[in-house]
Design a protein around this ligand. Structure first.
Ligand code: ATP
Ligand code: MG
Length: 402
């Protein structure tokens, strides 16, 4: 997988950008708040149709654009996949929509094209694959369960279209079922109205849980090895899954039937409580990914450095998982992560990345990367939403030292 050309219009602080990315490794450097993360965000967005940090697509549109009736945001790329060129384009535009009467509301329209043919987001997720490493990854280990669920879902969806669809279906089922639970609570009526939605919940939910378990088995094994390589093998990392469908942890080897049976029986147990709260309490939307070092939860007990290394090992494992699953090496996006590491860990991380992969890394400190970036790397200086290509030799701080 290689992004050959990236074009942006009115994306965050980029008014216009046309960038050729020829080298395997690209170093993006510049002061704070110039547009380094925004550039990586654009590439990640093309792969996952999601930002790694925005809550809504509106945040991606350049400020001031919302007032411009014909303005739009465009994110486009020519990507090479298995030697074949692909053109991806996303247009975000505020469009007026007439609601009841004369009231006009503005809605955000998202139009996606693959090779000039309109497509739905769900059909283009995973056309390109990317793994983003960012300082926010720490949140994966010590943050809320929602972040870990989202991480798992985005990761699996990149490699598995069916999962992506099932998840969208499952989320609709949860909403419908919650409506019904509230209706039963507020207006009464026999709880057996829930049968239909229970069946839907269990069938879509069990599939999601089984896919998550399978992915965790793979990611867990690879992360454990990578954690050992990064840290020198002092402790052992275990990645697990805590599920609301069982009172205790579900076993890593649980499969379809076993999952569905546990799910049903837990639903039965919790039904009165679900009606009381008007909320679905059982299912993958309430589950969590867990990380332990020698049996201790890393989120609660791990040091900052350990948490960081666990997140790194997980992301590196994800890159391996995507490679084996899709037959294509994902694009590696390293946003500001190397500067947080000590020099020897920095070296070990780069050594673990496949040199045949496209890598884009950002830094405010070019000197920290001197000697680590490969000789053929491209050096891009970012300043105020503009990018200028330079050569390593022309960077004064490095040239003086050479
Ligand atoms: P740092 O080194 O601090 O991480 P950075 O180069 O990664 O900096 P970015 O996160 O890419 O910086 O942000 C660059 C600038 O883009 C910031 O000043 C930010 O305020 C601005 N920005 C963010 N969203 C928008 C938007 N929707 N429209 C215009 N500018 C935006
Ligand atoms: Mg940044």
């Amino acid at each position: 997988m290689h992004v050959r050309r990236l074009s942006l219009a009115h994306f965050r602080n980029y008014q216009r950008l046309d960038l050729d990315l020829t080298s395997r490794t690209t170093v993006v450097f510049g002061d704070n708040a110039q547009g380094k993360s925004n550039l990586l965000e654009a590439i990640f967005y093309l792969a996952t149709m999601r930002s790694f940090r925005a809550h809504s697509d509106r945040e991606l549109m350049s400020w001031g654009l919302a007032d411009d009736p014909i303005g739009f945001t465009r994110i486009a790329a020519r990507v090479e996949r298995s030697g074949e060129p692909l053109d991806l384009e996303i247009i975000l535009r505020e469009e007026p929509r007439r609601a009841d009467g004369d009231l006009v509301t503005r809605v955000l329209a998202k139009r996606i094209k693959l090779n000039d043919v309109p497509r739905r987001a769900i059909d283009v997720i995973g056309v390109t694959t990317a793994v983003m490493f960012s300082p926010q990854d720490l949140g994966l280990v010590e943050g809320a369960p929602l972040l870990r669920r989202r991480y798992l879902d985005v990761t699996i969806s990149q490699a598995d279209r069916v999962y992506c669809r099932s998840l969208a279906h499952y989320n609709r089922v949860v909403i419908q079922r919650n409506h019904l639970l509230r209706a039963i609570r507020d207006r009464g009526g026999p709880p057996d109205q829930l049968h239909f939605w229970n069946r839907e919940l269990v069938s879509a939910g069990s599939y999601i849980v089984s896919k998550r378990l399978a992915t965790i088995r793979l990611l867990g094994e690879v992360s454990r090895r990578l954690y050992g390589e990064l840290e020198g093998g002092a402790e052992t990392l275990t990645v697990g899954y805590r599920s609301s469908i069982a009172a205790g942890d579900v076993g890593p080897d649980w499969e379809g039937e076993q999952i569905a049976t546990a799910f049903e029986s837990r639903l039965k147990d919790l039904q009165p409580r679900e009606i009381l709260l008007g909320m679905s309490l059982v299912g993958p939307h309430r589950d969590d990914l867990t990380f332990q070092l020698d049996g201790h939860d890393v989120g609660s007990f791990g040091s900052r450095g350990q948490q960081r290394t666990v997140a790194l090992a997980l992301k590196l494992a994800e890159a391996e998982h995507l490679s084996t699953h899709t037959g294509e090496r994902p694009i590696i996006l390293l946003d500001d992560v190397l500067s947080e590491l000590d020099p020897s860990r920095r070296e070990r991380v780069l050594a673990l990345i496949d040199p045949a992969q496209q890598v884009l890394l950002t830094t405010t400190d070019v000197q920290a990367l001197d000697g680590l970036a490969p000789a053929g790397a491209t050096w891009l200086r970012v300043s105020g939403g503009h990018i200028e290509q330079t050569s390593r030799e022309s960077l004064p701080s490095l040239a003086n030292r050479a």
